[in-house]
Design a protein around this ligand. Structure first.
Ligand code: HEM
Length: 408
């Protein structure tokens, strides 16, 4: 950070979060932040000053530093947008070791490569069924509502043992809870509605009632194995299930929708995938890096941390936008170019360290199958409206698009 930056008053610091002007590029302000140094200061909506890390090496170093806490119940945990003060996302992602590790260990077996390999035929069935409907109904269509959202929603419902017929309810509550422009009250009401929903579902499952057509899943496993032993309370199971449902469909839906848009905006890259399906797994890694949809990693310093020329003080808020690290020229050649054949490795789209995404194998399988089947079965896909008309999501949200009008 330059000496100048330290002399700035809070009012002179850049505001954070920043919003994208193009849905598939990070906010322009990230370049300015990077110029100030790999760790610089910003001002939050409530006037609080926090740190933002834009350097790739610094981001990796800090994400494994146990002095940075994820504990969202701490009164000094920074609030990025008002709704976060109320959002009930305190399971896993909002916890520190050792409590965090205990919960994570209970869930890991459900998300291993082996488990996900077993899910691939059913993911393929879900993807193909959606494409069958699109082809039968004909162009044009909105690929967000007809494909990008229902695919991960159906997959996470099957994995958890949640009835998909409730999808409109939980998709709507998720939107309300995560909407960056929403109020704290709206987010709190949506979080409470989701926890209430899971409490009721757990009650029905405990009472032996049919969960409206849903085959038993991870939720049933937790109820059967963890509740009687006292490893988890009913409330904790509801909170974990809610987080898995939200994290499992919202991020992946945005990633699928935005990936398709980005490829259609880069027709030469789309043509490469059509010509060589073997490129799809690598393309998916490159899209994860390039798009960095979950761009809101946040922590609070539990002790003073010296990093480069700055000292992050105990109690300071720290943001690690992975969209900045993933576009760093220190780590990636020509970082702002999308190249599906670059052999992308070591991107931070799933985070890093103890909180690294537990669902990454599942997300990869969904993305790979979705892109592979779409390029194979709908090769003539193209945008039905210019990208400028599709808008962007405000900073502080999972990044993506709300609609994707296409034709073929
Ligand atoms: C493309 C899709 C996805 C992206 C980009 C993504 C991204 C991330 C990121 C960046 C983190 C780290 C947060 C932090 O360090 O503060 C994370 C954590 C997490 N993700 Fe994902 N995720 C995706 C899909 C999924 C899916 C499908 C699931 C599961 C059902 C899932 C479940 C989780 C959980 C439970 C955590 C918290 C892990 C912990 O704290 O130990 N995610 N994800």
């Amino acid at each position: 950070m330059s000496g100048d930056d330290l002399l700035r008053t809070p009012a002179e610091l850049p505001e954070f979060p920043m919003s994208r002007t193009c849905p598939y590029h990070p906010p322009a302000g990230y370049a300015e932040l990077r110029e100030r140094g790999p760790v610089s200061r910003v001002r939050l909506y409530d006037g609080r000053v926090a740190w933002v890390v834009t350097g790739y090496g610094e981001t990796r170093r800090l994400l494994v530093d146990p002095r940075l806490s994820s504990d969202r119940t701490r009164p000094d945990f920074p609030v990025l947008v008002p709704r976060m003060a109320a959002a009930k996302l305190t399971a896993l992602v909002g916890m520190d070791p050792p409590e965090h590790d205990i919960q994570r260990r209970m869930l890991i077996p459900s998300f291993t490569v082996k488990r996900v390999t077993g899910l691939r035929p059913s993911i393929r069935r879900i993807v193909d069924e959606r494409i069958d409907v699109l082809l039968a109904e004909g162009a044009p269509a909105d690929l967000v509502t007809e494909f990008a959202l229902p695919v991960p929603s159906t997959v996470i419902c099957e994995l958890l043992g949640v009835p998909y017929e409730d999808h409109e309810f939980f998709e709507e509550q998720t939107r309300r809870m995560l909407m960056a422009t929403g109020t704290a009250e709206e987010a709190a009401a949506a979080g409470a509605a989701l926890v209430g929903y899971f409490d009721e579902l757990i009650g029905a499952k405990l009472g032996g009632a049919e969960a409206r057509g849903a085959a038993p899943g991870l939720l049933d496993e937790l109820i059967e194995t963890r509740l009687p032993t006292g490893d988890l309370s009913r409330e904790e199971i509801a909170s974990i299930a809610m987080f898995l449902l939200v994290a499992g469909h919202e991020t992946t839906a945005n990633m699928i929708g935005l990936s398709i848009l980005t490829l259609l905006e880069h027709p030469e890259q789309w043509a490469r995938l059509r010509a060589d399906p073997g490129l799809v797994p690598g393309a998916m890694e490159e899209l994860l890096r390039f798009l960095s949809v979950a761009d809101e990693l946040q922590r609070v310093a539990a002790a003073d941390i010296e990093i480069g020329s700055v000292v992050i003080k105990e109690g300071d808020g720290v943001y690690l936008p992975n969209a900045a690290a993933n576009r760093s020229a220190d780590a990636f050649t020509d970082p702002d170019t999308l190249d599906v054949g670059r052999g992308t490795r070591h991107h931070l789209a799933f985070g890093y360290g103890v909180h690294q995404c537990i669902g990454q194998n599942l997300a990869r399988a969904e993305l790979e199958i979705a892109l592979g089947r779409l390029t194979a079965r709908m090769p003539a896909l193209r945008l039905a409206e210019p990208v400028e008309r599709l808008g962007t999501k405000p900073g502080g949200s999972v990044q993506g698009i709300v609609r994707l009008p296409v034709t073929w």
